[in-house]
Design a protein around this ligand. Structure first.
Ligand SMILES: Nc1nc2c(ncn2[C@@H]2O[C@H](COP(=O)(O)OP(=O)(O)OP(=O)(O)O)[C@@H](O)[C@H]2O)c(=O)[nH]1
Ligand SMILES: [Mg+2]
Length: 610
């Protein structure tokens, strides 16, 4: 076996927000991959619009820097548990990983998940304790907790012997001794060169595993992955070994390698490197591209199962087709199935209804990002409430369960444990830092988490942080009664007026202001009672001989509660839908008229299925 001493391949893994992308910034900036006057800002790798808006990484991405003549291929990964599939997708490309741990938070559920993945794949870990510039950092304690985590997860003794680097990603500094002052990121680069094994290479005919896809208007589809064997050059004939076992023949049109944010065309690339190749029209993630001389498939990439499902349907509201560029069944279906090419942990299924598709993902956020992306592309559709995916195993009904971690203040413990026990959660751990900050850990069925995020943020006045982590399947814990109160439902189509909305505000909170187009069956607010209330928000004050408009002006409405897409999905019940268009997010009853809803309720009571 040979090695390539001129390359290192590393993945950066951690819990959400521990500073992975910021650390990549520091490495890129010090490597001078930008022009001196180039304004690159922060979180350089988070280029997707939603990544920038939300400040989180959604997709794993490649970059590379050159340090002392060695190319370090870097893979930045997302830390949010809903995007775990991305970590699983790319981790195969690396020989080592930087496991970042926030020096205040310490190891979190996702730290454990990603470390387990990395150790199982045999990656050499480097522990990076980050954010050491923070005055509240507790470096020694966090290191101890990290060591404990390794003790739990290591599969061999040598995995326990990991190097540690201490960094401030924002300041671009790294040190090997936390007592010393950092000057630059060099100690991290040195540690990578020293500790991460150079890629082993096999000589022989070309073979690469596709870990990502990209599109270019000129080059077409681009397959990204690591070369495991041999070399590749433009105009080489290759075969693609597809998921169904079939072979397709192509000619490589271009070979590119990474440097900074760019991909550079190269004459040829060799085993050990991470490359992008163009010229394969039909290639999928997980496929092997190989020389026709020895077309052998590498093991396909395995990603975890989805845990949450919801339906995506053609918009059936009275405003359907008005606001989106793409609104037909055919367009919706094509878009959803296309998503499967790159979104590996997503599943899409046709249903009995030709206008509705069942979409399964790793969590509510995973699905919400897809919905938001599609809405911005011009799609309009309706989605149902997310549900945990149950299965039958050995003749028994099982459901997904998760570990829930809440970081909050002591004063909220009572209300949170009460809310969660209704959702079938069990408290498994409670730790207090002595300063009124508390961490609670629960074991909870996934179904109990649906709709919880909003309730949690309201209960803690936005002061809490919540994290979830998929544990596995357990026997069905039984039904949970809906904890949500009733809603205010519009009784007719029209434009809302102050008078009508004021009446509605007498019964609860409203979601819309005056001058908004509504339809019968649209949800316009909430009320504190369990039942829904039908209300005419378009109702004008009765005209009398007196001038009525002045009395209308004197009405002061409370500003409406504006829900984000994620909040809307979290909020709705089983008999409701969210209507998503490029312009609006509306909530509605599935059955739009009150008569239909009453009939449905009475037949449900009689046990008749319609
Ligand atoms: N004080 C301080 N803040 C940091 C440091 N590193 C990162 N941050 C901040 O932590 C936040 C999260 O940083 P990111 O780099 O987006 O974290 P991430 O791990 O890439 O997050 P995801 O990709 O969403 O999992 C940002 O506000 C950063 O500015 C650090 O060394 N010190
Ligand atoms: Mg990131």
């Amino acid at each position: 076996m040979n090695y390539r001493s001129d390359i290192r391949n590393i993945a950066i893994i951690a819990h959400v927000d521990h500073g992975k992308t910021t650390l990549v910034d520091a490495m890129l900036k010090q490597s001078k991959v930008f022009r001196d006057n180039q304004k690159v800002g922060e979180l350089i790798m988070d280029q997707n619009v939603l990544e920038r808006e939300k400040g989180i990484t959604i997709m794993a991405k490649n970059t590379a820097v050159i340090y002392r003549g060695v190319k370090i291929n870097i893979i930045d990964t997302p830390g949010h548990a809903d995007f775990s599939g991305e970590v699983e997708r790319v981790i195969n490309m690396a020989d080592g990983c930087l496991l970042l741990v926030d020096s205040i938070e310490g190891p979190m559920p996702q730290t454990k998940f990603v470390l387990r993945q990395a150790l199982a794949k045999g990656l050499k870990p480097i522990v990076v304790i980050n954010k050491i510039d923070r005055h509240d950092s507790r470096i020694a304690e966090v290191l101890k907790l990290t060591e404990d985590l390794f003790l739990k997860l290591a599969t061999s003794a040598d995995q326990l012997d990991f190097p540690v680097v201490y960094t401030s990603a924002t300041e671009g500094t790294a040190v090997s001794d936390p007592g010393t002052e950092g000057r630059n990121i060099t100690p991290l680069f040195e540690c990578i060169l020293e500790e991460v094994p150079p890629p082993q290479i096999e000589s022989g005919p070309f073979q690469m595993l596709v870990s990502n896809l990209d599109y270019d208007s000129h080059k077409g589809k681009i397959a990204i992955g690591r070369i495991w064997r041999g070399k590749v050059a433009a105009r080489d004939p290759v075969v693609c070994l597809n998921a169904d076992g079939s072979l397709s023949h192509y000619e490589i049109s271009e070979v590119l390698t990474y440097l900074g944010l760019k991909r550079l065309e190269v004459a040829e690339a060799e085993a050990g490197d991470i490359v992008a190749v163009a010229g394969l029209e039909k290639v999928g993630i997980g496929d092997t591209i190989a020389s026709p001389e020895q077309p052998e498939a590498l093991p396909r990439i395995e990603v975890g199962e989805p845990t949450v499902e919801m339906t995506f349907g053609v918009n059936t509201s009275p405003f359907g087709g008005r606001e989106g560029r793409f609104s037909t069944t055919r367009q919706l279906r094509a878009r959803l199935y296309k998503e499967l090419e790159t979104n590996l942990s997503l599943r899409v299924q046709d249903t009995d209804s030709p206008d509705t598709f069942l979409v399964k993902g790793r969590g509510e956020l995973h699905l919400a990002i897809l919905i938001e992306t599609m809405r911005r592309e011009g799609y309009e559709f309706e989605v149902s409430r997310p549900e945990a995916i149950t299965k039958i195993v050995d003749g028994k009904l099982v459901e997904p369960v998760e570990a829930l971690t809440l970081d909050t203040k002591e004063e909220y413990v009572g209300v949170l444990t009460e809310m969660l026990s209704e959702r079938q959660a069990q408290l498994t751990d409670m730790r207090n830092d002595g300063h009124d900050n508390i961490r609670l850990e629960f074991h909870i069925p996934t179904k109990g988490l649906i709709g919880f995020r909003g309730a949690f943020l309201t209960a803690t006045r936005g002061e809490g942080i919540m994290n979830t982590f998929f544990l596995g399947y357990e026997a069905w814990h039984g039904d949970i009664a809906s904890a949500r109160s009733g809603v205010l439902v519009a009784t007719e189509q029209g434009i809302t007026v102050t008078y009508g909305l004021n009446n509605a505000q007498g019964r609860g909170l409203t979601f819309i202001g005056p001058g908004t187009l509504v339809y019968e069956g649209m949800i316009v607010g909430t009320n504190p009672r369990p039942q829904d209330i039908a209300i005419n928000v378009c109702k004008e004050k009765k005209k009398t001989n007196m001038r009525s408009s002045t009395s209308d002006i004197s009405i002061k409405l409370t500003p409406p509660v504006q829900m984000s897409l994620e909040q809307a999905i979290d909020f709705i019940n089983k008999d409701e839908l969210v209507e998503v268009t490029p312009e609006n997010i509306r909530l509605r009853k599935k059955l739009l008229t009150q008569a239909q809803r009453l009939r449905d309720r009475s037949s449900a009571r009689r046990g008749i299925k319609q």
